[in-house]
Write a protein of this length. Structure first.
Ligand SMILES: Nc1ncnc2c1ncn2[C@@H]1O[C@H](COP(=O)(O)OP(=O)(O)OP(=O)(O)O)[C@@H](O)[C@H]1O
Ligand SMILES: [Mg+2]
Lengths: 260, 378
């Protein structure tokens, strides 16, 4: 298997403050890959590097063979077409309806006639159960609906890779579980590689095939692998504490893992 | 050591350089914790005891500051290698002591940075201005290349947005701009008529006002009004998009934010401001006309004739050119301020304010340059 995303020796710093150094991992086709870790460990930073919003201060990233920090317009254009991004705040354009939010991308990258564009948008909105909402403005949606609209917009070009920044933050447990199922269905149905940044333990265990865990003090990765395996077998107290659900629930988490 | 007006007492028992016991009683609380701390420290300094015992049996209240004072004393004693025992601690006090992060307390990370001297501060101000200038220049480059691209690919311009901003910056501003121009025309005509009347030069009020309005007041007033109405709106809108990650979303979707967001606004301003300027000219002259007809015994016909005679085509064209330049300056700097917005709601307000201030500053600077250039062209 060839990796879709390769991160090699990545270092990021803001001024003097080194967030992490020497971070390396591969993400393979069709995987749901989670990046977890405590507050301030650099998840958002790594996300920004992978989407090309931030130039890393060292190391290399390849997303489907293209460096997101490249200056080459054509390569960037290809990369943008092959990746979708869901931001933490959904980042729908507030002055546009859902329809326009999605049509924008289709019109930029394709020359499809508008009936086909309509059809594609209807399909995508139906997939996230927002059929009939195409003429609403983002301000008229609830938080959960915004997230689903955001993923519909990110999926509108059927990207190979989808980045999701804390998708379930701010969602209630039921909505968040529904959202996880949506992510899983898209993953199995369309084979999209998903990179998810999250704090939600449920999400990690429900959908992630593989996870890396970053740590603020270690300034890098402290664990990598199947989240269930890690919870059961990791020797690192930081890892078991996090995946077991906090320091006090640590042992309870272990029992649950064994019962699984 | 008795303190009748204080909420605590410290009694020292023992001899210098021998075993010493401090009997603390009363309240060790945040209010005046500095005093017991200083006193305990002076006891350590004076007595340099071989062994120190702190007796807390008399303490009524110990809050976290009191616990901090005890911890500090412990640390002090450790550094001076004086063995210290704290006795008669209630479980509540123990809990309070347990809350302290002793390691953090020992570090001096709260050391305040030394206050910068006047010279440093001045250097910083100049550095800020220099960096700001650099960022603006970089943005000017991006804007120019985006404008050039848009001119070469007119279909890529978001004309819908441009129209919307023409409406917001132009049409929606008509009532207020008309009113202000009319009143300023009226006031200036009235003031000048008081002087010119004395020489029987009533008719020259029309000339004076026409020249003043068309050359200076019309363009300047329009520009300042647009800066206040639309400059702030542009900056706040872009700033909010920045805070909402919408700008980031544009980038990862493969759009150039400057081309996508700034260009329609600049185009809208370039259409709206010259038209608004002509409109302001008209209303300014109208204000003068009212004064001329009611106060100076002029007929509307003679007033208008005199106005037309006084203005050269050059004046009108130079006014429009000025308006175009002002439009680019206002929309450009406002967009730049918007893109520069930091994190949070406060940053949006700062950007909006800075957009208006910078716009007005640039308008005045550009107008001065125009005054000189036009003087030599003429
Ligand atoms: N724009 C910035 N300028 C300076 N330092 C920053 C900036 N953004 C983040 N940092 C620093 O980088 C470190 C990592 O931040 P990052 O936002 O990547 O953490 P995170 O893992 O996403 O945390 P959270 O779970 O709280 O979102 C933090 O220590 C933070 O102080
Ligand atoms: Mg984050």
């Amino acid at each position: 298997m060839t990796p879709v995303v390769t991160v090699k020796n990545l270092t990021a710093r803001y001024g003097e403050n080194i967030v992490f150094e020497g971070v390396s991992f591969d993400i393979f086709k069709g995987e749901i890959f989670a990046i977890v870790g405590g507050n301030g460990c650099g998840k958002t930073t790594i996300f920004k590097c992978m989407t090309g919003l931030l130039k890393p201060s060292g190391g290399k990233i390849l997303v489907s063979g293209i460096d997101p920090a490249t200056e080459d317009e054509d390569k960037l254009k290809t990369l943008r077409k092959e990746t979708g991004v869901l931001f933490q705040s959904s980042a729908l354009f507030g002055s546009m309806t859902l329809y326009d939010n999605m049509a924008l991308v289709l019109k930029e990258y394709t020359t499809l006639p508008s009936p086909v564009i309509d059809m594609i948008i209807k399909t995508k909105l139906g997939m996230v159960r927002l059929a009939g909402c195409e003429n609403l403005l983002p301000s008229e949606l609830s938080g959960g609906m915004k997230k689903r609209a955001g993923i519909a917009r990110a999926m509108v070009m059927d990207p190979m890779v989808l980045f999701l920044d804390e998708p379930s933050a701010g969602l209630d447990p039921i909505t968040s579980e529904e959202f996880d199922m949506l992510v899983k269905n898209i993953n199995t149905g369309m084979g999209t590689t998903m990179i998810i940044i999250t704090h939600q333990l449920e999400s990690i265990f429900n959908i992630a095939h593989r996870v890396i865990m970053l740590d603020k003090d270690a300034k890098g990765i402290i664990a990598e692998g199947d989240p269930r395996e890690l919870r059961k077998n990791s020797k690192d107290p930081r890892v078991t504490a996090f995946l077991g659900g906090g320091i006090t629930r640590h042992s309870a988490g272990h029992e649950q893992a064994e019962a699984d | 050591m008795k303190h009748p007006d204080q909420n605590y007492t410290i009694r020292v028992e023992g001899e210098k350089r021998q075993s010493v016991t401090l009997h603390l009683s009363g309240d060790l609380v945040t209010e005046n914790i500095d005093r017991p701390m200083a006193e305990i420290k002076s006891v350590l300094d004076d007595y340099t005891p071989s062994q120190l015992t702190i007796d807390l049996s008399g303490i009524d209240t110990l809050d976290s500051a009191g616990a901090m004072a005890l911890a500090k004393t412990e640390d002090d004693a450790t550094t001076r290698s004086i063995p210290l025992k704290i006795v008669n601690m209630t479980p509540r006090m123990k809990n309070m002591m347990g809350l302290l992060n002793r390691k953090a307390l020992a570090e001096n990370y709260l050391d305040h940075e030394p206050n910068p001297g006047t010279l440093d501060r001045m250097t910083n101000v100049f550095l800020d201005i220099y960096n700001d200038f650099n960022r603006v220049m970089i943005f000017v480059g991006e804007l120019l290349s985006a404008m050039l691209y848009s001119i070469l690919h007119p279909l890529s311009i978001r004309w819908g947005d441009s129209l919307l901003y023409i409406k917001r910056a132009g049409v929606d501003g008509l009532p207020i701009l008309g009113l202000i121009s009319f009143l300023i025309g009226l006031i200036i005509a009235f003031m000048s008529s008081l002087q010119l009347k004395q020489f029987g030069a009533n008719i020259y009020v029309a000339s004076f006002l026409a020249i003043a309005v068309v050359r200076e007041l019309g363009p300047i007033m329009t520009a300042i009004l647009v800066a206040g109405r639309s400059g702030s709106a542009f900056a706040a809108e872009i700033g909010t998009m920045k805070v909402n990650e919408e700008i980031d979303a544009l980038v990862v979707m493969g759009f150039d934010p400057v081309r996508f967001i700034a260009v329609p606004k600049v185009i809208a301003a370039m259409v709206a401001v010259p038209l608004l300027t002509l409109y302001a000219d008209l209303f300014g002259v109208l204000g003068g006309l009212v004064v001329g007809v009611t106060g100076l015994d002029l007929t509307p016909y003679t007033y208008i004739q005199q106005t037309i005679k006084s203005i050269a085509t050059f004046d009108i064209i130079s006014g429009i050119v000025k308006a175009l330049v002002f439009a680019v300056l206002i929309s450009g700097i406002s967009c730049q301020r918007g893109f520069e917005t930091g994190e949070g709601a406060e940053a949006v307000g700062i950007s909006a304010t800075s957009a208006v201030v910078s716009s007005i500053f640039l308008i005045i600077v550009a107008d001065s340059i125009f005054a000189i250039v036009i003087h030599y062209i003429r």
